[in-house]
Design a protein around this ligand. Structure first.
Ligand SMILES: Cc1cc2nc3c(=O)[nH]c(=O)nc-3n(C[C@H](O)[C@H](O)[C@H](O)COP(=O)(O)O)c2cc1C
Length: 224
């Protein structure tokens, strides 16, 4: 299995450590894991050229194309972010904005056989809100199945988390790792991904609005 880890933060603290706990339990050699942080990716400037014309027209194409290549070459995509003010970090959201052209509503690159994992930690509240936001992004990229690890530490440092909380986290990580190890290579998309994909195919067929998208959907054989 190949794994792409997209860190929504450059530092290696609570969230990074939770991600490492999962990586240790996946049947994957270190050589097949690529970890990237998106801190240096410029924010989307809103030109919409990626959607209207093609991704290579993005002024930041060179910054993001290698990250996207890593994602495309992976079976498992892990996105992590600490909870900042009830959501993912601005850096991770900025990166996700650059993938708008790949949403199923535009020109999805087929990720239905891939598995995603959304990971977040928080001091008091908001980790599950953050993993839900990250999951939503991946589902719209067409990722077939997304697992969530949301850890409420009860402190600012994971080293201070209670034994009970750490045991619960370990149990959750074990369960998810087991599922991923079992499913990788033969993962079927969940209902939400399948449903959205179908709806978007109907939309592209009946309400074409951008020739670039219509041509793309036809070239993939998804519409006639
Ligand atoms: C800018 C910022 C915003 C935060 N917002 C929240 C918040 O809304 N709720 C909360 O419980 N903790 C919040 N925290 C705490 C972090 O979510 C928590 O410490 C997290 O585990 C940090 O992960 P990290 O060590 O990977 O950076 C915030 C921390 C920072 C730096």
């Amino acid at each position: 299995m190949k794994i792409a880890v997209i860190h929504g933060q450059a530092h290696k603290k609570n969230t990074f450590k939770v991600t490492q706990l999962l990586l240790q339990k996946l049947n994957c050699s270190e050589d097949n894991i690529v970890e990237i942080n998106v801190n240096k990716v410029s924010p989307c400037c809103g030109c919409a050229q990626c959607i209207m014309k093609g991704e290579s027209f993005c002024p930041h194409y060179e910054q993001i194309s290698s990250i996207i290549k890593t994602i495309d070459e992976s079976d498992v995509i892990i996105l992590d972010s600490p909870n900042y003010c009830m959501g993912m970090t601005g850096q991770l959201k900025s990166f996700c904005d650059h993938l708008a052209y790949r949403w199923m509503s535009h020109r999805p690159v087929d990720m239905r056989s891939k598995i995603g994992v959304a990971i977040s930690t928080t001091a008091g509240t908001g980790a599950s809100k953050t993993t839900k936001q990250i999951t939503e992004q991946m589902i719209w990229w067409s990722v077939g199945r997304v697992y969530q690890i949301a850890f409420t530490i009860g402190s600012f440092s994971i080293e201070e988390a209670s034994k009970g909380k750490l045991q619960k986290l370990d149990k959750n990580i074990n369960k998810i790792a087991k599922n991923i190890n079992k499913r990788v290579g033969n993962s079927k998309p969940c209902f939400k991904t399948r449903f959205y994909f179908k709806m978007m195919a109907i939309m592209q067929n009946r309400m074409p609005w951008n020739q670039v998208e219509t041509d793309y959907w036809k070239s993939q054989g998804w519409i006639k």
